[in-house]
Unconditional design. Structure first.
Length: 342
């Protein structure tokens, strides 16, 4: 019944579009959008941890309603405004950042462009986003310390300016902002512009984006395909599978970066920074950890309009010592579904 309702809705809103199911057993994903097109999507995230005994703990959850609106169109591209309408978050730090962003006007919409086929092309107001986030750094730094029950006068030797500089890199750096946006919506438009043979698996190499500055870059293998069992003239179900192994060198790189970050906040630099660096470097040289990284996504795309109907993304990171039953697993899940009028 729900699928029939979706079909009727899109017949009414996309009468000029042609079906994209090809007679040669291929399927093509093309955006047939118009200025003023506006759709709401629900975004739900959940993060879980599984310990070595198999016990699962929900670490945090969030829920957002996000609006996508086509605000510009040319022969070569579309521009879309992405606005957060409603949000809830179980994580105290995320709620704090959201609260301060609202207070200081940093919760501005994201503008992004796609090609004329709907493939994500650019984040258009990246500098504006960075500048707006930069304005909230000082109040955010003070709020973070206050949340921890700390006052500046009680932190002898603490470099507040260094702390704010680090927050600036983590929150307002354009590359960090771009990676965060791509992490959130990149796969939603991944198949647009493509023409796939149904049930044929394609592969390519792509970089893994880490939020830790200076961390060694990794390359992962991604397989993707259109699932013939669930593809018809109405919509297509498309899937991706990405995997990578994180070696000891990458772990050591992350630890080294953390030591540099931590030592920046200590004003008595000579002795304290040396101690921190030596401790973490020694730990990095002794650690022997295997880390596997996997991601699965499933996306349903309405063929007559090119609008995504739903998207599910599950990321698994498993870490443990070789030969020992000590593996721990972290699972991050993202669910995106279009909200259509009743």
């Amino acid at each position: 019944m729900k699928k029939i309702a979706l079909l009727l809705f899109f017949i009414l809103t996309g009468l000029s579009a042609a079906a994209q199911m090809m007679p040669d057993s291929t399927v093509q994903f093309v955006a047939y959008w118009n200025i003023g097109d506006k759709y709401l999507y629900s975004f739900e995230t959940i993060e879980k941890e599984i310990d070595a005994d198999g016990d699962t703990t929900i670490v945090k959850q969030s829920y957002e309603i996000i609006e996508f609106e086509v605000v510009a169109k040319t022969d070569e591209s579309y521009q879309i405004k992405m606005t957060t309408i409603e949000e809830e978050d179980s994580d105290p730090q995320s709620k704090l950042i959201s609260k301060i962003a609202k207070e200081y006007g940093a919760d501005i919409p994201v503008l992004f462009s796609t090609t004329n086929l709907g493939s994500l092309q650019s984040i258009d107001n990246l500098q504006e986003l960075s500048s707006s986030f930069a304005q909230m750094i000082e109040p955010l730094a003070k709020a973070v310390l206050k949340e921890q029950g700390l006052e500046l006068e009680d932190l002898e030797g603490f470099d507040m300016q260094g702390f704010m500089r680090e927050l600036l890199k983590q929150v307002a750096d354009p590359s960090i902002i771009q990676n965060s946006i791509l992490e959130y919506i990149g796969r939603l438009f991944f198949f647009h512009g493509g023409r796939l043979e149904i049930d044929h698996t394609y592969s390519f190499e792509e970089p893994l984006n880490f939020m830790i500055p200076g961390m060694k870059q990794l390359t992962a293998t991604t397989n993707f395909w259109a699932d013939g069992e669930f593809t018809d003239e109405y919509s297509s179900i498309c899937r991706t599978y990405t995997s990578a192994n994180v070696g000891k060198e990458t772990v050591a790189s992350a630890l080294s970066t953390y030591s540099d970050m931590a030592s920046e906040f200590i004003e008595d630099a000579d002795s304290s920074q040396t101690d921190i660096t030596e401790i973490i470097t020694k730990g990095g040289s002794e650690v022997d950890i295997n880390i596997s990284w996997e991601q699965y996504t499933t996306t349903e795309i309405h063929l007559n309009t090119g609008w995504p109907l739903r998207h599910y993304q599950d990321k698994y990171v498993k870490a443990g010592e070789p030969g020992k039953d000590t593996a721990k697993e972290k699972i991050e899940s993202l669910s995106i579904e279009i909200i259509l009028p009743e």
